[in-house]
Design a protein around this ligand. Sequence first.
Ligand SMILES: C[S@@+](CC[C@H](N)C(=O)[O-])C[C@H]1O[C@@H](n2cnc3c(N)ncnc32)[C@H](O)[C@@H]1O
Length: 319
Amino acid sequence: MIGRGGIKHIDFIEPTTKGQQDLKWLYQSRKIPSDKYNIYPCVVEDFAENKQYDIVIAEGFLDDMNNQEEIIRKLSSMCRPGGIIVVTCADSVGYFVEIMKRLMAQVLAKDIEDFEEKVEFLTKFFEPQLKTLKGCSRPARDWVLDCIMWSSINNKYSFDLNKALDLLKKEFYVLGSSPNLFTDYSWYQDVWHDTVLEYKKQFSVKRMSLLMAGMRETESQEETVNKLVCFFDDIRDVEFKYEETRDEKYIVAIEDMLCKISPMIKKADNHFFTVFQQIQLSLRDISLNQFDISKYPQFFQAFGRSQQYIAFEKKNLNE
Ligand SMILES: C[S@@+](CC[C@H](N)C(=O)[O-])C[C@H]1O[C@@H](n2cnc3c(N)ncnc32)[C@H](O)[C@@H]1O
């Protein structure tokens, strides 16, 4: 709920005990009175309060779910007309660099059985890399747990910006995204202008800009982008198979796929191509037992634009 002085009240929906504890700790440590927020210990699908909110935020979980449509329907019913909804999107393009770092980590730490020991080893390994990421305030250990040890970035689902636009377009207007990928070219006389279709086209050509934080916006042909997206999906699946089996044939399969897409990546973006070549080199070195992190400085510093945010305003369909 929002009032004149800003946000008056927040309802959190958080199914896990750890998440609930973290929220309580955060609010108590900021000395925010407990009547300013509620925590509902359930999944959003089971949220039974009949309330409509000014702002609904679904942060960082939709891409991990197999019932995205059900969740979007629920979230949409919780937003008042004129209210705002913000959802996080993620796909195998924005996660490509992270998936490659994940593969590297799985190989380098494959002989460490103890969970804590593994986390410690990987935290030491990735901390200097994360320090090069502008604006990153997340502790390296948390990043390692989320991105390397758990399955959150490496599942078989995706929730990309196209899907968010498709699922929300009927009931919502698009306000914008972060990173900002959409330009509204509608003109006052063009009453039939289909903004969502226009945005989907823009996403289809600009999508490779998600490959790496800090890279300039890049445009590629839609056909090339579609091919690359299929490859990135496959690479993510094969990496997951490697994690399950530790069979090195999957690393070879990834090397083959990288070889196939190399000309397309070169054409798409020269800056990213340097990183891409270092990823290829690091995989080759891993296979030959010659891995040396100092040989891949650009890969070391690279991170994907792994999560994107998109905001919508609910239409008042009765007007
Ligand atoms: C990546 S975290 C982001 C959390 C929070 N926004 C933050 O910045 O720390 C995703 C959160 O979504 C929660 N979650 C997962 N599935 C959910 C569901 N179906 N309904 C509500 N929350 C869910 C998880 O427990 C987790 O706390």
